[in-house]
Design a binder for this molecule. Structure first.
Ligand code: SAH
Ligand code: SF4
Ligand code: F3S
Length: 454
């Protein structure tokens, strides 16, 4: 009987995309997927390290893995993702910290060492398929096994050079590397052939994309060049990207909104704080005024554009006044979606070395709740504009008698599919459905399908 695997993925879209490459390697080696840990012979956790809570969640699996191993002696456990910093290898061959914190882990690998995975697995399991994986050149070259055709994430590079004071990512992912345009385009075309309509490009700072094959004669930045090339790919009609750093957002990208067919009326532009003094302590290298100017320029091109952002509350030394500047920024600019995080000190970062994590947990929680409440009002108001209108939903999932997916403005919209067979409902995933909006809630829209695809 084939050996079975489960991959559990945490963190950002970069990890989602990496997991799809891991799946390709495992399936080439003959492993078959299963749903639950209890049925698995191989468990891989693709981890996030952005907050202490994200790491603690991983360590919390220790006991469960011990019990599972007692029941299934074949079970092997591997850890990858941002918790793994220094090296890849089997326990006893590798110095990585995870082996000290979790005694039930058998191997770990940095995602850029994904090519080492087959050899490690051969030492743990009687797996074959050596021929199929002998020419894995680098992890970017591995063809991903797309998990959900409605949500295709394609990395344009990895790593980050910015060293924002709070952030572990440059330590976890290393310095910024860019993939070639040719390689990315090839992956986009393959995804489009499989039926992908929306492409999400992912990188820590997409604007500093610097591939080896940029056009040196072009007046546009390499990222703008890449967007133009993807815009020309048949079948792709929604293009999104994460994340833009406000200090590096250039006019050539802004000018593509309303120009390129595929640019969606939504931008995720993480501001992190609405206070210049906090931004300075965070080492973000832009001002609130610069952020406002960017939002104004975008809205001049597309007045109803949805702008989402990230905000950290309770960063070192954040006063009530500084917090209120973040609160007011969201209200004033009508930012309709905010991912709020409570500051979590990360060992080794600039903030951990030079600043005090001095905002009490209670205050962080209170600010988190106030900012979230404030944002819900803005989001609710923004969503009202869709009432009675027909929107185009790209279906991503079927749940509890509803099909659910995003409209171009990045809002989720669901519609009932009662009476439809499961097979037919699943066929809707990755398809567009026009929906007449009847309810505009704080987080999402709801309506009725105008006509369902045959
Ligand atoms: N490259 C992106 C962010 C990647 S990390 C950018 O430049 O914006 C994703 C989000 O996690 C960040 O935007 C931030 O809001 C949050 N985050 C990162 N480090 C954090 C920390 N130490 N504590 C709390 N939130 C953090
Ligand atoms: Fe972290 Fe800053 Fe890099 Fe984003 S830009 S990944 S917040 S260091
Ligand atoms: Fe987390 Fe790593 Fe992404 S730390 S947010 S999974 S880059």
């Amino acid at each position: 009987m084939a050996l079975k695997y489960v991959i559990q993925t945490y963190g950002c879209q970069m990890n989602t995309s990496d997991s799809e490459r891991i799946v390709t390697v495992l399936e080439k080696m003959g492993y078959k997927p299963c749903e639950e840990f209890k049925d698995a012979d191989l468990i891989i956790l693709n981890t996030c390290s952005v907050k202490q809570k994200s790491e603690d969640r991983i360590y919390g699996f220790g006991k469960q893995f011990r019990e599972l191993k007692e029941k299934n002696p074949k079970l092997a456990v591997g850890i990858t993702g941002c918790v793994i910093r220094k090296a890849s290898g089997l326990r006893h061959e590798c110095e990585e910290e995870i082996f000290r914190t979790m005694e039930t882990v058998d191997f770990c690998f940095r995602i850029k060492d994904l090519m080492m995975l087959p050899d490690m697995l051969r030492k743990l399991h009687p797996v074959k398929g050596a021929e199929n994986v002998k020419d894995l050149l680098s992890y970017f070259h591995i063809d991903p096994t797309i998990g959900n055709i409605a949500q295709v994430f394609i990395p344009i590079g990895s790593g980050c050079n910015n060293f924002c004071a709070y952030c572990i990512v440059p330590y976890a992912r290393g310095r910024e590397e860019s993939r070639s345009m040719a390689e990315i385009l090839d992956e986009v075309k393959k995804a489009a052939k499989r039926g992908a309509k929306e492409i999400n490009l992912v990188g820590q700072n997409v604007n500093t994309y610097k591939p080896s094959d940029e056009d040196p004669k072009s007046k546009e930045s390499p990222f703008a060049q890449l967007l133009r090339k993807i815009d020309a790919v048949k079948g792709v009609d929604r293009l999104r990207f994460y994340t833009v750093h406000p200090k590096d957002m250039t006019d050539d990208i802004i000018n593509l909104y309303g120009t390129l067919r595929t640019m969606t009326p939504h931008l995720h532009l993480p501001v992190q704080s609405g206070s210049n003094s906090v931004l300075k302590r965070m080492n973000r290298l832009y001002t609130v005024e610069r952020f406002k100017e960017l939002v104004a320029k975008m809205r001049k091109r597309l007045p109803h554009m949805s702008i989402s952002t990230d905000i950290i509350v309770g960063f070192c030394g954040e006063t009530e006044e500084e917090f209120m500047e973040s609160y007011n920024l969201i209200q004033d600019l009508k930012i309709d979606l905010v991912y709020v995080s409570k500051y979590s000190e990360r060992e080794g970062t600039l903030a951990a070395r030079t600043l005090k994590d001095d905002v009490p947990a209670k205050v962080k929680k209170d600010r988190f709740e106030r900012l979230t409440d404030g944002m819900m009002h803005v989001s609710h108001e923004y969503n009202q504009q869709f009432l009675g209108k027909t929107v185009q939903v790209l279906v991503e999932r079927i749940r509890k008698g509803y099909a659910d997916g995003k409209i171009p403005e990045f809002k989720m919209c669901r519609f009932p599919i009662k009476g439809m067979s499961a097979a037919k409902a699943n066929k809707l995933i990755g398809q567009y459905v026009d929906v007449k909006v009847e309810k505009a809630l704080e987080w999402a829209l709801e309506g009725k399908a105008v006509d369902l695809p045959k």
